[in-house]
Write a protein that binds this ligand. Structure first.
Ligand code: NAD
Length: 486
């Protein structure tokens, strides 16, 4: 049985209290191993290691040396690709066929993309006229923020964690990562890679545990943490913002979504159906950018519902290593209970279940796993909880609309503002609608097509700040203005 220890100052260490918790595989609920749960002393040790490392060889490294080291980290993840793949799929239950193309390669790429983008970004410079006629020159100078706390979720564990650790290290910070309690494996494994590549001890640290009253809270309230970057639920984000208020630490918040997909009658139907299949059901619907509300223009509504149902009927549920499977279980039985409670609620709220709606019979070997049926509803009122609340499962509601104005109002009628997807072959209309979406991201005729140089983040209750490309510089560095009188 595996033991997942903290990674502090370049070493794997157990909890000083000896406290551990179980890590189970959602495919069949078998016990994968025991995870050490960090208490205050463990977190304190990790944060102090990160603080000390800022003044060690890491702090003296040039930008190009850091870039070289982070490129090595990316290469080493790719060399150990199969181990990362296996670990990620056991923790999450997701099919190898998906993690092989998304989680692991993109997780590795995060170490390359940011160091290269940041290295090539100029800082600002202004010449100022002065009364004596000699003038002054202002030069922007960026320094690392310091110790960054990285609190990450379970849905794309390696990818979303390195999405933060990559730019944080590229900017010269040190990090203490608190991965989700559901998915400790790949973050733990990354510690080995850091040592193999010669990343100095204390630059990358990992503490395991839960949120409130555990490692998450101890880390985000630690006074030596200089900034906190978080991805997870909006309600958790609110707790972390409160923690960050103490000592006025910077925050970057990437939170929940209840994303609309808008399908106009002039869309390319094949593309719209294929794209919505992915946006609603890939990763068992556990993608923050996923579409849970689909609005379809009335003339093509029946045809679209029929085609999406056909797509769902073809999804192949199966074990991660089954190369034909494209649909795994949810991440845990606890999350399955949550999603399933929304399936029941949808019926109470008056939904027509077009397909799915229950727990599948996966056979004796898998029935203890967190399996759930991909589900489509129609017929819910616009104020139903199923329409308003983030479910984070493989389900969507489809509603007809008649006018552009109506669908814009419906799409924006939410507290969230992460992403929207528009399907139409009329570019002028797509852009006009995109500009009116109250979201941080809009995709037209695509979904989850990511260019790492672009801004990523949510509006409204979906987040605070933007990461990605040079936008990460605002959060991961302190910008100092140096004014030189000539
Ligand atoms: P979560 O909020 O339950 O947990 C996220 C992390 O926060 C975990 O590591 C958890 O242990 C920690 N945590 C929980 N309570 C804490 C506290 N009080 N103090 C400090 N840390 C705490 O989220 P989840 O269930 O792991 O992930 C699913 C959620 O993440 C969904 O809402 C989804 O939309 C969101 N998400 C957002 C994005 C984005 O980019 N906007 C990306 C992926 C997932």
């Amino acid at each position: 049985m595996k033991e997942y220890k903290h990674f502090i100052n370049g070493d794997y260490v157990g909890s000083q209290s000896g406290k551990t918790f179980e890590n189970r595989c959602p495919v069949d609920n078998h016990l994968l191993g025991m995870v050490h749960e960090a208490d205050k002393q463990d977190v304190d040790l990790a944060v102090k290691s990160a603080k000390t490392a800022l003044k060690g060889p890491w702090g003296k490294m040039s930008q190009s040396q850091r870039t070289e080291l982070l490129n090595k980290v990316a290469d080493r993840i790719n060399e150990r690709f199969d181990e990362f793949l296996e670990a990620e799929c056991l923790d999450t239950g997701k099919p190898h066929s998906i993690a092989r193309h998304i989680d692991i390669p993109r997780g590795a790429a995060n170490f390359k993309a940011f160091s290269e983008t940041l290295a090539n970004h100029p800082t600002e410079s202004f010449r100022l006229d002065t009364p004596d006629g000699n003038g002054a020159v202002n030069v922007g100078h960026r320094t690392p923020k310091g110790v960054i706390a990285v609190v990450s979720p379970w849905n794309l564990p390696l990818l979303l964690m390195t999405w933060k650790v990559g730019p944080a290290l590229a900017c010269g910070n040190t990090v203490v990562v608190k991965p989700s309690e559901e998915t400790p494996a790949t973050t733990t494994l990354l510690g080995e890679v850091m040592n193999e590549c010669g990343v100095p001890a204390g630059v990358f640290n990992v503490v395991h545990g839960f949120g409130a009253g555990s490692a998450g809270e101890f880390l985000t309230t630690h006074p030596l943490v200089d900034a906190i970057t978080f991805t997870g639920e909006t309600s958790t984000g609110e707790a972390i913002v409160k923690a960050a208020a103490l000592g006025l630490r910077s925050i970057s918040m990437e939170c929940g979504g209840k994303n609309p997909g808008i399908v106009f009658a002039d869309c390319d139907m094949d593309k719209a159906v294929e794209g919505t299949m992915r946006s609603a059901f890939v990763n068992c619907g556990q993608v923050c950018l996923g579409t849970e509300r689909v609005y379809v223009e009335r003339p093509i509504f029946d045809e679209f519902v029929k085609r999406l149902k056909e797509g769902v009927a073809k999804l192949k549920l199966g074990r991660p290593e089954d190369e034909d499977a494209n649909f795994g279980p949810l991440v845990s039985l606890e999350h399955r209970n949550k999603v399933h409670s929304y399936y029941r609620l949808a019926i109470q709220e008056g939904a027509t279940v077009e397909i799915g709606g229950g727990i599948p019979d996966m056979g004796e070997a898998l029935n203890d796993g967190a399996w759930i049926e991909p589900t489509i509803w129609t017929g819910l009122p616009d104020d139903a909880r199923v329409i308003k609340e983030e479910i984070f499962g493989p389900c969507c509601h489809i509603r007809p609309f008649d006018t552009e104005e109506e669908v814009i109002a419906l799409a924006n009628d939410t507290d969230y503002g992460l992403a929207a997807t528009i399907w139409s072959e009329n570019s002028a209309r797509s852009i006009r609608v995109a500009e009116q979406m109250e979201t941080g991201l809009v995709w037209i005729n695509s979904w989850f097509l990511r260019d790492l140089r672009t801004a990523f983040g949510g509006a409204k209750q979906s987040g605070i700040g933007r990461e990605g490309g040079v936008h990460g510089l605002e959060f991961y560095t302190e910008l100092k203005n140096i004014c030189i009188k000539l």
